[in-house]
Design a protein around this ligand. Structure first.
Ligand code: TXA
Ligand code: MG
Length: 349
């Protein structure tokens, strides 16, 4: 395929994207969390081509995006049969919450990777919404990165990963939330958080009374295995820049980075505004070419929205390692830490 086109999401851009989707082609588009790589979810061949473009393992199912809850009836999913689906949709949609529900008969196998469930979400982004309405089909969309890379939060990230593999990217500017949706399995009792994300556990607990999280220490070992089988995405390498990611405490991050740089390596350092050691890191970066410093917002909403772009930017600095200072594990911080830990694990193998 020739060079990928990037268009603004004006009327002509949306129309072109919608026509491509209806013709069974792939289109990358912005959502509030990250950019998605979309295909007509009712067209199995189109959905299959997502896996080729991303080099995604075939056993990892896709999220189906719809403009509103009622659109799920097109798959033969009856919201009334899953009462928590209706109430959560009222509280959190449009938004960064993906719900895993029993699949309807019209959902192609390739989307569910052969499972008895399907993941669904109504995105909170005007461009995603306009595209869903104009194309008038549900859109299957994983994050629009090459498999294993950090999710794209800018059109440029999509271009760098997928240029020549897809016909069109709609450029909606930076994704606001910056990390992916929270994935909640409603077929487990109590509901099980399979992936932390833009909606926090505290928000879900307020709405549902009780939820459990797959990565929580409260799960017994046996339960953990059974639960992990519900979340195929966990088995795969994720969120990895090319450089090794070293996750350490906020207090230790600067010393760790400077020690490595002192040995002659070029090193990246990602710490928050106000972190101890920041002044020292700034001085070192100014006098030595061996430290690429990225100062992140102290506040976690801002941190999340810059996270993946910062990992990609540091990767572009040709560093051998990226040292990252941890954030507190509360609220959105738990979702950020999940991505940082996976980026760090991936770098190790
Ligand atoms: O914010 C997001 O969720 C973005 C935007 C584009 O919506 N999408 C996204 O998709 O992150 P993806 O494919 O990168 O991640 C989807 C996650 C994977 O971990 C996958 O295993 C899980 O959802 N998933 C999808 N369908 C599932 C199912 N039926 N059961 C369990 N997990 C499922
Ligand atoms: Mg992804």
């Amino acid at each position: 395929m020739s060079q990928t086109l990037i268009l603004p999401p004006d009327d002509a851009g949306i129309e072109r994207a919608a026509a491509l989707l209806r013709a069974g082609e792939l289109v990358a588009f912005p959502t509030e969390t990250v950019y998605g790589l979309g295909a007509d979810a009712l067209n199995a061949a189109a959905a299959r081509s997502i896996f080729a473009a991303k080099e995604r393992p075939a056993d990892n199912p896709l999220i189906v995006h719809v403009a509103e809850l009622a659109a799920l009836t097109r798959f033969g999913i009856t919201p009334a049969e899953t009462p928590t689906l209706t109430s959560l949709a009222q509280s959190f949609w449009p938004g960064a919450l993906t719900l895993v529900v029993p699949r309807g008969p019209a959902v192609p196998d390739v989307i569910t990777a052969g499972r008895a469930t399907v993941a669904v979400r109504v995105p909170d982004h005007p461009v995603a919404r306009a595209l869903l309405l104009r194309a008038d089909v549900p859109i299957a969309a994983p994050s629009a990165n090459r498999s294993g890379r950090p999710s794209p939060t800018l059109a440029e990230h999509v271009f760098l990963d997928l240029n020549g593999r897809i016909p069109l990217i709609l450029d909606g500017g930076p994704a606001r939330v910056g990390i992916e949706s929270t994935v909640l399995d409603l077929t487990a009792s109590p509901p099980l958080v399979l992936r932390r994300g833009g909606v926090t556990i505290a928000e879900l607990t307020r709405a549902l009374g009780r939820v459990r999280a797959l990565d929580s220490s409260t799960l017994e070992a046996g339960e953990r295995d059974a639960a992990a089988r519900r979340s195929p995405g966990l088995r795969h390498r994720h969120y990895a820049p090319r450089a090794a990611v070293i996750l350490t405490s906020e207090e230790d991050a600067t010393a760790r980075a400077l020690a490595r740089a002192g040995l002659g390596a070029r090193v990246g350092l990602m710490i928050r505004e106000g972190a101890p050691g920041l002044a020292r890191a700034r001085a070192y970066a100014a006098e030595s070419g061996r430290l690429a410093l990225r100062v992140m917002p102290r506040e976690l909403t801002g941190y999340a929205s810059e996270l993946f772009a910062s990992l990609r930017a540091l990767d572009g600095e040709e560093v051998t390692a990226i040292v990252v200072g941890a954030v507190p594990a509360e609220g959105l911080g738990a979702s950020i830490l999940d991505r940082l830990r996976r980026a760090a694990d991936a770098g190790a193998d």
